[in-house]
Design a protein around this ligand. Structure first.
Ligand SMILES: Cc1ncc(COP(=O)(O)O)c(C=O)c1O
Length: 384
């Protein structure tokens, strides 16, 4: 690959996502002290816009760490060695909550095959079987392209008086998430996904119920009461990643300008366009759904056609300037994933589908190109 192409590689993976010019530029501002008014205003504005994305009145904090740091903050602040976490898992990131839980507390794992939907009866049986302090789920399971029933799990959590911890890393800012209405006690998001900022920050919302249920022993760097105390002064307890905060602020302003409803609609249409193309090309979607789950609105996971290898497909697309993702862990080589998150539009979708079709044709998967793009275009016509 020549240098020009490498610079121009279109990132269509489920995060990090392409970062808009004005967001990149924001990072180049001069450094400021983090205890001054100027940083305080950046922090305040970011938290205010985040509250509208999370649809919550709960307090929100921004951590200088990727999505996993917020996942760890959730578990580490709430669950101690005597407590039990019901960790619902139908993909890699559900498994991550279980693994984090294993370093802090007792874990009752409720596992479904990767790519399968969550069966609510099985979850409820687990909540009846053990005296759980909290339940964790991933709303949008990025590894398999499925949207899990967060609202319904919220109802079960309430019924069983459990704290509800939800990973919204690849849904918040791109799909509908109603933290207060769904009864989510802790919700987390990452900067490099639907919000469209560079990687390195995450945000976490904490309900009153969660504050009342803090564990005695908590992580030092991720101690939520310390974040709360500092936030009262519009500060973070430790030195924040200031350039990333600048970028985050700009990305959140872009969301405010677009309007959350419109942004969610755009994400839904972009993923629907990809799904229509996949269907028109005769490929199979990877996740299996039930009545309470749906295909993700931010990432599309597709079964790898038998005629082509992972390297053949993704390597071929990369040569055409488009990077998509493969399967993670046990799904390596078996699926490919196309992210449709952040500040992208028709152009990125059509470029991606063109590279996909050309590569599929080269490997004899499809006889001719054009069908997928045509199907996608019909959906994209609904975009503003
Ligand atoms: C659903 C989900 N949760 C958690 C994470 C982990 O986030 P990070 O890589 O920012 O730590 C990811 C990353 O892809 C994700 O998609």
């Amino acid at each position: 690959m020549n240098a020009h192409m490498k610079d121009d590689l279109l990132l269509m993976i489920p995060g990090p996502v392409p970062v808009a010019e004005r967001i990149l530029r924001a990072m180049a501002k001069p450094m400021i002290g983090h205890r001054g008014k100027e940083f305080g205003e950046v922090y305040r504005e970011c938290r205010e816009i985040l509250a509208s994305l999370f649809q919550t009145r709960n307090e929100i904090f921004i951590l200088s760490g990727s999505g996993t740091s917020a996942m760890e903050a959730a578990i580490g602040n709430l669950l101690g060695p005597e407590d039990t976490l019901v960790a619902v898992e139908n993909g890699k990131f559900g498994g991550r909550f279980r693994e984090i839980g294993e370093s802090y507390c007792q874990v009752e794992a409720v596992k479904f095959n990767w790519g399968s939907p969550i069966d609510l009866d099985v979850v409820e049986e687990a909540l009846e079987r053990v005296d759980a302090k909290a339940i964790s789920i991933v709303h949008n399971e990025t590894s398999t392209g499925i949207k899990n029933p967060a609202q319904e799990i919220g109802k079960l959590a309430r019924k069983h008086d459990c704290i509800f911890i939800m990973d919204g890393v690849t849904s918040i800012g791109g799909d509908l998430v109603e933290v207060d209405r769904w009864g989510v006690d802790i919700a987390v998001v990452g900067s490099q996904k639907c919000i469209g900022a560079p990687p390195g920050l995450s945000a976490i919302s904490v309900s009153e119920k969660a504050w009342d249920s803090l564990s005695e022993k908590r992580p030092y760097y991720l101690d939520l009461p310390s974040y709360r105390k500092s936030a009262a002064k519009n500060q973070t307890p430790y030195t924040p990643a200031i350039p990333l905060f600048y970028a985050f602020q700009e990305a959140l302003r872009m969301i405010r300008e677009e309007g959350l409803e419109e942004r969610i609609r755009r994400h839904a249409l972009l993923s629907q366009a990809v799904r229509s193309a996949i269907e028109a090309l005769g490929l199979r979607m990877f996740p299996r759904l039930n009545s309470v789950s749906s295909y993700s609105n931010t990432v599309t996971a597709v079964e790898m056609p038998p005629e082509v290898t992972d390297e053949g497909l993704r390597g071929g697309m990369k040569k055409l300037g488009v990077q998509i993702s493969g399967g993670q862990g046990e799904l390596a080589g078996k699926i490919f994933r196309i992210g449709t998150m952040g500040n992208i539009n028709h152009r990125e979708i059509l470029t991606t589908l063109q590279a996909l079709e050309l590569t599929l044709k080269k490997h004899g998967v499809i006889p001719s190109t054009g069908r997928g793009i045509e199907a996608a275009t019909e959906v994209l016509e609904e975009l503003n």
